[in-house]
Design a protein around this ligand. Structure first.
Ligand code: AMP
Ligand code: GLY
Length: 445
């Protein structure tokens, strides 16, 4: 099979790394990719996998993954490329192309593509749509209201004593969520989003949710239109600094599994969220194929959905795919074909920890082009994989090229061992201004 992967972050490096291990794959492109993705080889099982490496290498041709300089949002050029190369399956990493309707476009042109179509991707591209859907179908969520009028939104904030979270409806690069501790803060948040239009058209409508207390976890489920298969648990660290201080980021590190949900509680949460989700989709003729990633708060009165994402989490993907024992091509194929009920997902009992190394200044302004050293020394450590996110190749040297630069990921027999291994690898890697949290997974220990 020839595969095209869309995106350029740590999530996409993890997807490419895992997909490249499948004996079904003969050739792979990534648009636009990064400096780590081009180092992956098709048909070569990694030292992290439990498969028989030599046999797989014999069984299929090997070759480098090729990065092509097409942006993840340039739908016409991505389509033309997939047509020219006769890609058998396109795999979409980020939310933007999904919201722009890449799946619908490829399908209209007779190409196979994995991910939710534009209607299904609304679960992420419109928080108002998601909130109303959850209420229509009895999915446990925060008490909330949806508004297109600022005065009405402020009145609802007042009914929550200003202890609320104001969210811009549309995609806002993860920045359109404002936490408020008083009515004056809430009014400022509503004005910022709806009146000053700090997030542009994304702020034409807002969701106001009650502020929930609890432990936040990431759930992921692979869906095929009728069946949803739940992954193990994971937990992200969204704040920039140790002890969950500092600004919100895309995610500074993850680990899986988390001890905050037992297997039985995970199964209960899955039933409480996924059963009404899939039933609601059937009722509303929404064909959900792809990953559903609910952000969930574990409250005193049970798990409640804060938001839905319509794609793999980043850096959740890095810990999930290092634990996944299935052939990912077969799983994504089943998701596209509607045959997931016949597949059993298998997960390594090992724990996985991913520590993100970011550019100094992230999530604010940061420099680019800083040379990175020590990558090979980190990658040769046992059970360790350094996933690239914001990296580029400049004059033969790998340099920083984004806010989140690397996702240093390691497996261990338990979280403590995995955490130590991930930090041992981090210590080998250097670039000017490198910033990382020193407490990834510490909450769980
Ligand atoms: P969202 O993009 O909706 O997941 O929001 C971003 C982050 O804001 C979440 O990961 C939570 O940490 C926090 N958050 C969102 N909604 C709430 C809520 N209702 N109560 C408490 N925290 C929230
Ligand atoms: N890990 C946060 C996200 O992918 O949205």
């Amino acid at each position: 099979m020839k595969l095209l992967i869309i995106g350029s972050g740590g999530r996409e490096h993890a997807l490419v790394w895992k997909l490249a291990q499948s004996p079904h794959v003969t050739q792979m492109w990534c648009a636009p990719g990064n400096a780590g993705i081009v180092l992956e080889t098709v048909g070569q099982a990694s030292c992290l996998s439990s498969g028989a490496v030599e046999n797989r290498q014999d069984a299929c041709p090997t070759g480098r993954v090729e990065c092509v300089n097409i942006s993840a949002e340039d739908l016409p050029r991505l389509l033309a490329f997939a047509q020219e190369k006769k890609a058998d399956l396109t795999v979409v990493g980020p939310d933007n192309p999904l919201a722009l309707g890449i799946v619908d476009l490829f399908q209209k042109n007779g190409l196979r593509i994995w991910g939710p179509n534009q209607k299904a991707a609304q679960f992420e591209s419109s928080k108002v749509f998601s909130q109303n859907f959850m209420e229509r179908h009895g999915i446990p969520t925060a008490a909330a209201g949806t508004f297109s009028d600022a005065a009405a939104a402020k009145r609802f904030c007042a009914s929550l004593n200003g202890l609320c979270v104001v969210k811009a409806d549309g995609l806002a690069l993860g920045k359109g969520v404002l936490m408020c501790a008083s009515q004056s803060e809430a009014e400022r948040a509503v004005d910022e989003i709806m009146v000053s239009k700090a997030f542009g058209a994304a702020g034409a409508r807002v969701v106001v949710q009650e502020h929930l207390e609890g432990v936040e976890v990431s759930l992921h489920a692979l869906c095929d239109g009728t069946t949803a298969k739940l992954f193990p648990t994971s937990q992200d660290h969204k704040r920039a600094l140790d002890g969950d201080a500092g600004l919100n980021t895309g995610g500074m590190g993850t680990y899986s599994p988390t001890p905050f949900l037992t297997d039985a509680q995970l199964a209960d949460a899955g039933r409480a969220i996924l059963d009404p989700f899939m039933r609601g989709c059937a009722n509303e003729h929404i064909d959900y194929r792809g990953i559903l990633y609910p952000g969930v708060m574990l409250t005193k009165s049970g798990p409640k959905v804060l938001e839905f994402n319509a794609r793999f989490g980043d850096p959740e993907t890095q810990v999930y795919l290092t634990r996944l024992e299935n052939d990912l091509v077969e799983l994504l194929d089943a998701s596209v074909n509607g045959t997931l009920s016949r597949v059993e997902m298998k997960w390594s009992p090992l724990a996985s920890v991913c520590v993100v190394m970011a550019s100094g200044g992230y999530p604010g302004n940061y420099p680019k082009g800083k040379p990175i050293s020590g990558l090979d020394a980190a990658n040769v450590l046992p059970h360790t994989k350094v996933f690239h996110a914001g990296t580029a190749l400049k004059d033969g040297q790998i340099v920083t090229n984004g806010g989140r630069v690397l996702g240093v990921t390691a497996l261990g027999k338990d979280l403590k061992v995995a955490q130590a291994a991930a930090y041992a690898a981090v210590e080998k890697i250097h670039f000017d201004g490198a910033h990382f949290r020193r407490d990834i997974a510490a909450k769980a220990l």
